[in-house]
Write a protein that binds this ligand. Structure first.
Ligand SMILES: NC(=O)C1=CN([C@@H]2O[C@H](COP(=O)(O)OP(=O)(O)OC[C@H]3O[C@@H](n4cnc5c(N)ncnc54)[C@H](O)[C@@H]3O)[C@@H](O)[C@H]2O)C=CC1
Ligand SMILES: O=C(O)C(=O)Cc1ccc(O)cc1
Length: 383
């Protein structure tokens, strides 16, 4: 069964109906722990921070450099180089380590977890992780945001990565319904689309739509690397080769772990692709048949849904913290208006007890910088 839910974005109602009452809303979670503060873990933390979904965000990572960067970039509030009692205080734990270590990491965390913590992971393969951790980590529900990039590490993390992304949730027969519902809330509040799919079906589908394309990208690059005219091929590589092989630029370790963990489903997909390639090879002698296949490919490719990543490029956005006092929206917009800075997009984000936040979009990075200086100049905290 597949359930597709519309996201509930924490966008403010129109200015006529907006009241300060929403400033009294509590964040969805108190303490949150991110285990593996890289591209995905960092993006979850930033998304939660930007939308005030957590009171305090902690990170654990075996790499001291990752912890240092996460603190310096203000992605999290506190960092830990080891697991300990702090884990038992978490309301939400997110495993965002490489796929190959998720089961082991989850089993270790089970020894520290409190009974009330909601646990999830963002790993690219779900079957083995969900099987091993359901009922072991309390309130565990597996998940997989279908969003990423060819970059790795916390310095590449950004909240916009998850915005409007399809975020697969993979319930198991023993999944606790309350935990499932809380995870759905989190995904929707992060601005993503929760899509529920059983773990085994998820793995079969991502083998075809994500893992096989990755192996193909590796294979196409290997053909170039092994060719006696490698240098010339590099010069000739135009948009097609680049588009088709972009994912080979991602973290090789992350991707290696991902394909190995899904090897059964991937073998089937490779087998099917072999048959298709053979068919295509034969169709070189049957141009009419090849044209039919090419037309079908164009129809399929052209009907892929267009994913709108965010209302404005993430780079031109500012988030301003505002206290729970009357007239804040007027003060912010008047200060910018008086300086001739045009606000292209205006959104009131989720709110915590002591105040709220406004997200604004600007047409250019220069205008955003000007807005930042003006708002900081009149005492606002801006990110
Ligand atoms: N990169 C992508 O496009 C996507 C990745 N994912 C999944 O997200 C997870 C993380 O991937 P990325 O953020 O891309 O990788 P990354 O390499 O950017 O970050 C992984 C982090 O995990 C840390 N780590 C390594 N061993 C650990 C352990 N035992 N415990 C805790 N942390 C540990 C690393 O030091 C690193 O900071 C993986 O499971 C991956 O399958 C999911 C969707 C997209
Ligand atoms: O960069 C892209 O287009 C990707 O497809 C990245 C990606 C990598 C791994 C995942 O589990 C999900 C998405």
């Amino acid at each position: 069964m597949i359930i597709f839910l519309n996201p509930v974005l924490p966008i403010a109602p129109s200015s006529q109906t907006w009241t300060c009452d929403i400033f009294m809303m509590k964040p969805l979670f108190g303490k949150v722990g991110i285990f593996g503060i890289g591209l995905l873990g960092g993006s979850v933390a930033l998304g939660m921070r930007e939308r005030f979904l957590a009171e305090e965000i902690h990170a654990y990572d075996p790499d001291p450099g990752a912890l240092e960067d996460a603190l310096a970039l203000q992605v999290v509030d506190k960092v830990h180089a080891s697991l300990g009692d702090w884990v038992s205080e978490l309301d939400l734990g997110v495993l965002a380590a490489p796929v190959g270590v998720l089961v082991n990491e989850g089993q270790k965390l089970a020894r520290f977890s409190g009974p009330h913590t909601l646990w999830t992971d963002v790993g690219s393969v779900k079957g083995p992780v969900v099987e091993a951790l359901t009922g072991v980590l309390p309130n565990f529900v597996g998940s997989h945001p279908m969003a990423g990039s060819e970059k790795a590490g916390v310095e590449a993390a950004h909240a916009g990565l998850l915005q409007n992304a399809v975020w697969v949730i993979t319930p198991h027969g023993n999944t606790d319904p309350t935990a499932l519902s809380k995870l759905r809330d989190l995904v929707q509040n992060l601005g993503a689309y929760p899509l529920e799919i059983p773990p085994a079906l998820h793995d079969r589908l991502v083998a075809r739509i994500s893992h096989l394309p990755y192996l193909l990208a590796v294979g196409l690059n290997r053909l170039v690397a092994q060719d006696p005219h490698q240098d010339l091929l590099m010069f000739l590589a135009a948009g097609g080769f680049r588009d088709l092989t972009r994912v080979a630029s991602g973290s090789p370790r992350m991707s290696r772990d991902m394909v190995v963990a899904n090897k059964e489903a991937l073998r089937e997909a490779i087998e099917d692709l072999r048959a298709v390639m053979l068919e295509l090879e034969n169709q070189l002698e049957a141009p009419e048949a090849l044209l039919e296949t090419a037309l079908e490919a164009k129809r399929t490719r052209d009907s892929l849904p267009i994913v709108k990543r965010s209302l404005l490029p993430v780079m031109n956005e500012l988030v301003v913290q505002v206290p729970d006092k009357p007239g804040q929206i007027a003060t912010v917009s008047t200060a910018l208006g008086n300086a001739g800075v045009n606000i292209k997009n205006f959104e009131v984000l989720a709110i915590r007890d002591e105040g709220g936040a406004i997200r604004m979009g600007f047409a250019t990075p220069e205008e955003r910088e000007e807005a930042r200086q003006i708002l900081e100049g009149i005492g606002y905290k801006v990110r």
